[in-house]
Design a binder for this molecule. Structure first.
Ligand code: SF4
Length: 192
């Protein structure tokens, strides 16, 4: 989120923070982001009513000119998250730099098994050397992630790039912005 917001051209007004992640990790890490970027963050569940409620809470903050962290998913998410699960994660993994498609390398943004658990690392055990994934030159996934462009403003959208023939990450996953636009937007109403 910081990598997205650090771009001065980012057009993100607010975030729905993923409730399933927060059920484990808690919500404390979001406070500094809210303060630094003055942006509303609403921890939100996944039922349709949760999503509508999270959007409503975000819009109300924006209309009032507020920015704060709110927890729409409080029936599941506690401020501290799942303390036991976090301890297991911290015991097993260490934090390292990680490449994010459409954005590039973000410092301290990924996990890797600690040395004492590397016998369980499938990449090492099976000698897997995954090729570096290159973005298709036409794909504007980074701009989509940062809200600088809408999926239908990509020249490949719905033409060479579809869910069955994706050119970038946002079209691969059903949760991706391009796939969501493809499935649920009114194509006839979209004007570029
Ligand atoms: S429509 Fe396809 S090519 Fe264009 S930004 Fe989305 S994923 Fe990338």
């Amino acid at each position: 989120m910081e990598a997205v917001l650090d771009d001065p051209e980012t057009k993100i007004d607010g975030f729905l923070a993923a409730g399933h992640v927060c059920s484990i990790m808690g919500i404390d890490e979001y406070y500094p982001i809210v303060e630094k970027f003055k942006v509303p963050i609403v921890v939100t569940g996944f039922e349709p009513v949760d999503l509508l409620h999270g959007i409503l809470m975000t819009v109300r903050q924006l209309e009032r000119g507020e920015y704060k962290l709110e927890n729409q998913y409080s029936r599941i998410v506690k401020d501290e998250g799942n303390v036991n699960a976090k301890k297991v994660i911290n015991d097993a993994f260490e934090i390292l730099d990680r490449e994010w498609r459409g954005i590039g390398t973000i410092p301290a943004s990924g996990y890797e098994l600690r040395k004492e658990f590397q016998a369980f690392d499938a990449n090492k055990k099976f000698n897997i050397d995954l090729p570096k994934v290159r973005e298709h030159e036409i794909c504007i996934a980074g701009d989509i992630l940062k809200g600088k462009k809408k999926p239908h403003q990509c020249e490949a959208f719905g033409k060479t790039c579809k869910p069955e023939t994706p050119l970038g990450a946002p079209m691969v996953s059903s949760e991706g912005a391009c796939a969501a636009y493809y499935h649920y937007s009114n194509q006839d109403a979209i004007t570029t």
